[in-house]
Design a protein around this ligand. Sequence first.
Ligand SMILES: Cc1cc2nc3c(=O)[nH]c(=O)nc-3n(C[C@H](O)[C@H](O)[C@H](O)COP(=O)(O)OP(=O)(O)OC[C@H]3O[C@@H](n4cnc5c(N)ncnc54)[C@H](O)[C@@H]3O)c2cc1C
Length: 456
Amino acid sequence: MTTHEHDVTIVGAGTAGCYAAATMAHEGYDVVIVERKDEDEAGHIACGDALKGASNFPESIPRSQIEPAFTNTDVDHGRFEIPAEDTVLEIPIPGELAVIDRWEYGRRLIEGATDAGAELHYDTVVKDVVQDDDGRVTGLTAVRKGDPVEYESELVIDAAGSLSLLQDKADLDDATFDTNVQYSQFCSAYREIVEVDEPVEWDDALVFKPTERAAGYLWYFPRTSTEINVGLGFQMNEEPMELVESLKRDLRNRPEFDGATVEDKLGAALPTRRPYDSAVAPGFMAVGDAAGHVNPTTGGGIAGAAYAGQYAGEQAIEAIEDDDVSESKLWRYNERVMDHYGSRYAALDVYNIFSTAYDVDDLMAMLAALPVKPLSEALYSGSAEVGLLLKLKTAIKSFGHWGTIYDLYQTKSLADELLDHYESYPSSPAQFDAWRKRRDELMDDIYAVTGAEPKY
Ligand SMILES: Cc1cc2nc3c(=O)[nH]c(=O)nc-3n(C[C@H](O)[C@H](O)[C@H](O)COP(=O)(O)OP(=O)(O)OC[C@H]3O[C@@H](n4cnc5c(N)ncnc54)[C@H](O)[C@@H]3O)c2cc1C
């Protein structure tokens, strides 16, 4: 059997793995990325292709390297179609937004990691995690084109995406690592890249629409005015949906897709849950989808994956320098994730939980009844105070939905309390149990107010 020795072994050449690798390789560390796909297919990832906030992405892969994959930078608002209410809501989206050619972006990320000095082993499927007698992760076993291979390293970074096999294989029961992970906290999604004959009218918008069935939405994201990423997903705690058939039915009813051709099809699971409470164990860190670093209300995970990669890479360097890969040493990585976006995603997850307890048609009717545009403008302008006139307009327009609005208001208060608690995420594993106990109490209040089934 071939054995490879590196400072760090990373599993997965997606966004998280490439940023982690580039961060360490730039500083001269010996890093390998192990990727199951072949060189041509690597970087080909199921995605809606909407990229938010790339102007601030970590610099280990220069923006100039990924920018050529940004095919539509004119998108500036969301267009919410609510057919049951015969309503279309147009809501501005602040900040930089692009729809991208995702495969090209994926290839450019890999190029960024290898330019920085990382090694890439394609066609290599990780099969198991190796741990020493104390439970520390020391390496991996894999298969490359039928032959067994082994990896030994100071640290393993799990960037293998949703429902990572590594976490099924490793025994992490004695670590703080979050093992409360179930299928029902994920969304099953499918997308096609469709070429249409005539430019669509909404090429400056991300278009959303509820699916025929509860707890899902369809999207139409224009890569260009004639190349559209269309897709849909459903929460895996619901009855499974026939994704391909549902999408076909919807496309058939949209005249702009008459005579369209499908260029590419892919499906995958994505986490629609809070970030892992802890994504470290001795010798081991998980990043990106493998640690639930996705905005659970939008499914946007590219930005979280990029930053998780950077933070894990920087923490790996510190750990190697101090010859200490214990959980305490790696803990700072958890803190940085929570500090940057993890706390916010955990609070947003509360709205996901809220939505599972209400009928989707009622929620859509409520949304259609709210003066969403001025409300969102008031919020984006940074004014916490909503003017009296707007309050009055809201009250009049939303008559008939006040019960749901009141429940939502109560839920928001609890989400704010949860956010406060996440902002005091512990600075070492020693206070972790107490922090988690209080968090679980807050979650119990949230389940009680929303009437939702416990998600965790
Ligand atoms: C349908 C869909 C639509 C989405 N839309 C958007 C969107 O519009 N915007 C957005 O920001 N996010 C979106 N997301 C989420 C986004 O794609 C992910 O959050 C992001 O790709 C996560 O990056 P990652 O590096 O953590 O994992 P991935 O990109 O999934 O990379 C994981 C890599 O690990 C490899 N791998 C897995 N197992 C093994 C193994 N055993 N051995 C070796 N290699 C392995 C895989 O081949 C893959 O290359 C969407 C997701 C889906 C499924």
